[in-house]
Design a protein. Structure first.
Length: 347
């Protein structure tokens, strides 16, 4: 035969060598996340974890999966991908801890049209940082190079977290009338509502590199502030005793998430004047002419996690959380009723 060389996988747009190079680049970042129970490293067909070595005698496993939604669009358009991995971890492990579980290990799925090793390394390094901050091990993942599926530098991320608790320690449990609601401050919009955020920015006529109208730096950088990780603080509160339930304030905002921990016949009474609405939400609401009810069911409005605690433990748990670096607001209490009952106005 004469004429031309045979077609290779690289000719089809998939670079296996780049994938191998990425694995080598991210091994040090993954190693940083090792914890008790971790077995082996990256590169196997699966990841092993030793629950007994992690200290569990009669464990129940808890799993969660999530992504970061269209916040990725801002990261891609600005080239600022260093913290989007923290968002990915936070969206999974903050959910796990609401069940009363300790996150143990994490896996990621990264899909792109053309693998750029430098960019991918920055993304996975952010994922590893989120794992370090939440005490879980990055034990593996999947990098998928998919030409024809993603275009113009686009990529997607998904995360998978597995945690454990001792049998019988699951939450919510014991939520009762009179329990106190403690709110932990968010770090901005976190990772929900970004299709709306992007629409508001479009209405404002501002670019991502425009000076931020509600804070320092550029608008894009401000809106990429990573989701806060509440795992270690929440676990410390749970272990101290008196926590009956936790609600991660994600999609659905303050209106739809707290009721997920309530027994039938009880409601969360929240005083909207108990904390100050952060400037980013004021700007979004003003620019879009949002009503207060719409704002409350779309965004976290400055409260990223709510703890439902026994009344006689509220002060001690507040002190513990403040000592851990949290800004804590006493939002209200559990009362007879349904869902969320608001009093006051957002300040």
């Amino acid at each position: 035969m004469t004429g031309h060389n045979g077609l290779t996988y690289a000719d089809a747009g998939v670079d296996i060598d780049a994938g191998n190079a990425l694995v080598e680049r991210i091994k040090p970042a993954a190693k940083r996340t090792n914890r008790t129970g971790t077995m082996g490293g990256l590169g196997g067909f699966g990841a092993l974890f030793d629950l007994k070595a992690a200290g569990y005698s009669d464990p129940i496993l808890v799993a969660a999966t999530d992504g970061v939604g269209t916040k990725l669009r801002i990261a891609i358009d600005t080239g600022n991908v260093d913290t989007i991995g923290i968002d990915l971890v936070a969206m999974c492990v903050n959910d796990l801890v609401c069940q009363g579980a300790e996150p143990l290990f994490f896996l990621d799925y990264f899909a792109t049209g053309k693998l750029e090793v430098e960019q991918a390394t920055r993304i996975v390094t952010g994922i590893a940082e989120g794992c370090v901050q939440s005490g879980c091990a990055l034990v593996g993942g999947e990098t998928a190079e998919m030409p024809g599926m993603y275009h113009g530098g686009d990529f997607d991320l998904a995360g998978f977290a597995v945690g454990a608790m001792e049998r019988g320690s699951d939450l919510p449990k014991g939520v009762a009338e009179g329990d106190v609601l403690l709110g932990l401050a968010s770090n901005g919009v976190h990772s929900n509502g970004y299709s709306f955020v992007r629409k508001v920015v479009e209405l404002s006529g501002l670019g991502w590199d425009a000076p931020c109208p509600f804070g320092e730096g550029s608008l894009g950088a401000a809106l990429l502030a990573p989701t806060r990780l509440y795992v270690k603080q929440a676990l410390a509160a749970i272990r101290a005793g008196g926590v009956h339930g936790l609600a991660h304030i994600t999609g659905g905002g303050l209106t739809e998430n707290p009721p997920r921990v309530l027994p039938e016949g009880l409601a969360c009474e929240i005083d909207l004047g108990a904390w100050t609405l952060p400037p980013v939400f004021r700007w979004l609401a003003t620019t879009a002419n949002m009503s207060e009810p719409e704002l409350l069911k779309t965004f976290n409005c400055g409260i990223g996690l709510i703890l439902v605690v026994a009344p006689d433990r509220a002060d001690a748990l507040t002190a513990l959380l403040v000592e851990a670096g949290e800004t804590v607001s006493r939002l209200g209490q559990i009362v007879p009723g349904e869902c969320v009952i608001y009093t006051g106005r957002l300040l």
